[in-house]
Design a protein around this ligand. Structure first.
Ligand code: GLN
Length: 203
């Protein structure tokens, strides 16, 4: 059973832990550097990316987390977590840090001020049994993907049609939306399975 650390500085930690445990993982609330050594993977929840970035520095987690990610540790970020995993972020604060685990450019709050939150049914690569009900809350979208990055889902219709909202680069995943709300475990299961495969491949 893999142990997954859910970054617990801010955001919807409890929902991710519940979803991951239902998907067959063991979880811990990750706050300290020494806890980072005990996990096989991390999840970065939704919340506020600039606040989480500041707290990562306050908790001395920024560099340790960066180096574990650089070694290839699996990770999954939803919404603010996507922003933190990205290599480049548009429309953020100049002092906001990100972790550079995904070769993507993300635009923060991309759906516009009027569009605070919305839901959409999305077909997602790797997810069987019908579309995922995706909940977007002041969500980012992905504007550029590097060569190693696979787009798993795009917005189907409307002004944002075609924008990438779920991506994967090896064992690092990110979604603009929040699969941890609403009880659909398939995205968390996809991630937990990828963590298991990664562990078996000898890391
Ligand atoms: N808009 C938030 C940010 O910039 C993300 C919102 C969310 O995680 N639901 O961090």
């Amino acid at each position: 059973t893999p142990t997954i650390g859910v970054l617990a500085l801010q955001g919807d930690v409890r929902e991710h832990r519940a979803a991951l445990e239902s998907a067959g993982a063991r979880t811990i609330a990750l706050r300290r550097e020494n806890e980072l050594e005990t996990v096989d993977a991390v999840v970065i929840p939704g919340g506020e990316s600039t606040t989480m970035s500041r707290l990562l520095r306050v908790f001395d987690l920024l560099d340790p987390l960066r180096s574990r990610l650089a070694e290839g540790m699996p990770a999954y970020g939803s919404c603010a977590g996507m922003i933190l995993l990205a290599s480049e972020v548009l429309d953020t604060r100049p002092d906001a840090e990100h972790l550079g685990a995904l070769d993507i450019t993300v635009r923060r709050n991309a759906f516009g001020r009027q569009v605070d939150s919305f839901e959409e049914d999305l077909d997602m690569t790797g997810i069987e049994g019908g579309p995922v009900r995706a909940v977007f809350i002041r969500a980012p979208w992905v504007e550029r993907t590097g060569p190693g990055v696979e787009v798993l889902a795009t917005v189907p219709t409307g002004r944002a049609a075609g924008r990438a909202v779920a991506v994967r680069q090896g064992a690092v995943f990110a979604t603009s939306f929040h699969p941890e709300v609403g009880g659909d475990l398939r995205v968390h299961r996809l991630f937990v399975d990828a963590v298991r495969v990664h562990a078996r491949s000898g890391r």
